[in-house]
Design a protein around this ligand. Structure first.
Ligand SMILES: [Zn+2]
Length: 102
């Protein structure tokens, strides 16, 4: 209970990024179950840049991880795709499908 309250309070306040040092609102951080306040120590921008570099340097490991993830969550991913395509077809029939610009 106290933990849930702490997390809710954390979502409202600002936090300083441990990498770039800039202060940002809580929405500028990814959630992290491992962190005491429930937010990543680095802002989204820094985390994304770090992951991009990590993936570029560890292509084989990243490929293995994504493959294992897909296998582990095959049923869930399949159900998500089925639902997404069902909604897409319904929107297309209604003429309201707006694909995101690439
Ligand atoms: Zn940052």
């Amino acid at each position: 209970m106290a933990q849930a309250l702490a997390r809710r309070r954390a979502r409202r306040r600002r936090k300083r990024c441990g990498a770039c040092g800039r202060s940002r609102p809580a929405t500028g951080f990814y959630r992290s179950a491992a962190a005491a306040d429930g937010l990543d120590d680095w802002c989204k921008e820094c985390r994304r840049a770090y992951l991009r570099r990590w993936i570029a340097r560890h292509r084989a490991a990243h490929r293995a991880w994504t493959r294992a993830y897909r296998e582990r969550n095959r049923d869930e991913l399949r159900a998500y795709q089925r639902e997404y395509q069902r909604r897409r077809r319904a929107l297309m029939r209604a003429g309201r499908w707006r694909p995101k610009a690439a």
